[in-house]
Design a protein around this ligand. Structure first.
Ligand SMILES: [Zn+2]
Length: 95
């Protein structure tokens, strides 16, 4: 396995971890938020900020190791079976 593939695997692991954190916060949000109209609590504000931070981190981290193209749309479209970078065509999976 080459350097590109190892780098891609590392980025993918971080990406999947961030996605898991995103869903965990969204689920927690549903339990914490009171019913109906209310003022945004500091805890909710903190969660919204971390959600935005995670989304930004996802796009910052999950990029092609070679050409730095964001791989999030291509990865989602391929159902997690992305083998080549959509822009520069570098082999990402080593297959
Ligand atoms: Zn690329």
């Amino acid at each position: 396995m080459g350097e590109i593939q190892q780098n891609y695997r590392k980025r993918k692991t971080i990406y999947l971890g961030l996605i898991a954190a995103l869903f965990a916060i969204l689920i927690a949000f549903r339990f914490i938020a009171p019913e109906g109209e209310h003022k945004v609590t500091s805890l909710e504000a903190m969660m919204i900020v971390s959600l935005i931070g995670i989304v930004v981190a996802i796009y910052a981290v999950f990029r092609c190791p070679k050409c730095k193209t964001a791989l999030v749309p291509a990865y989602s479209a391929s159902w997690g079976k992305l083998n080549h970078c959509p822009k520069c065509g570098v082999n990402l999976s080593g297959k």
